[in-house]
Design a protein around this ligand. Structure first.
Ligand code: NAD
Length: 247
């Protein structure tokens, strides 16, 4: 059995699948990853714009990045065949949960119902004083004459994402733990599996006896634990396995 056939066999014989997704899954939607193929190419350094200490000291760097890079890319991005294939698996009642490290909201836009966002969602921006929430469009509007942008109460704004140096939201992490403990197959899609604690989840799934499949262009540190590793594009692989068959 070749690896595509084995992946299809895993998908078709499991009914409590968890998909664990990362930036590579959204690469084909035009959103650059941090690492590997198609990695970030902008003048903005994620170690600075996504670092909480730096953000609190100098939010202007983040908001310049938002205005020049993040907003134009995320506001135009559309789900790709990999997102659609996971929606289809959920519709067929084979997939229970998508656990994503992505902050782009594309799983929900594609139609996935049960999505756990480990690192938050960059489309939601909250006031650090009063908690009022704004959309990206609203904040982009504010930025035309206000840098850094402020809430109507004059509090500072922050995207509802987990920055480097912040803890993961407890509820999301707990939900993700429960989902992987209960799954019979874990499909890792488009993640370098080097960001912790998120990358512990596929390990936990495997330790609990789930079948592990990894679809990622570059090799990952957990490849040795997986039953199947496919180093190819997420959209092509998932579309072929889930939607098209491959005879
Ligand atoms: P990563 O950037 O560390 O790794 C991405 C991986 O995707 C690479 O190993 C690469 O080989 C693979 N890849 C690239 N294109 C692919 C494709 N078309 N098909 C399959 N694989 C492909 O990503 P990560 O592991 O998710 O960790 C990065 C962190 O950065 C996450 O915490 C995430 O929050 C954040 N991030 C999110 C986005 C997003 O929301 N779209 C984008 C960049 C970074």
């Amino acid at each position: 059995m070749d690896s595509m056939e084995r992946l299809r066999e895993i998908v078709e014989t499991s009914d409590r699948i968890v998909a664990f997704t990362g930036a590579g899954l959204s690469a084909e939607s035009g959103i650059p990853t941090y690492r590997g193929a198609g990695g970030l190419w902008t003048k903005y350094d994620p170690n600075i714009y996504a670092n909480i200490d730096h953000f609190l000291r100098d939010p202007t760097y983040y908001w310049n990045f938002f205005q020049e890079v993040r907003y134009p890319i995320i506001s135009q991005a559309q789900p790709n065949p990999a997102h659609d294939a996971l929606v289809e698996l959920e519709r067929r009642k084979l997939l229970k949960t998508v656990i994503t490290q992505n902050i782009d909201g594309l799983h929900q836009m594609a139609g996935s119902q049960n999505v756990i966002e480990l690192h938050g969602n960059t489309r939601r921006i909250g006031c650090m004083e009063c908690g009022k929430e704004y959309s990206m469009d609203e904040v982009y509007g504010k930025l035309q004459d206000q840098l850094p942008p402020r809430c109507d109460c004059s509090g500072g704004l922050k995207p509802r994402v987990v920055f480097f140096g912040e803890s993961l939201p407890f509820e999301a992490l707990e939900g993700a733990n429960d989902a992987v403990k209960d799954c019979d197959a874990c499909l890792v899609v488009g993640s370098s599996l080097v960001v912790y604690p998120a990358a512990m989840l596929p390990v936990l799934a495997s330790e609990k006896g789930a079948r592990l499949a990894i679809i990622n262009i570059d090799p990952t540190p957990l490849d040795h634990m997986a039953e199947v590793v496919i180093n190819d594009s997420a959209g092509d692989v998932l579309h072929t396995v889930v939607k098209g068959g491959f005879e």
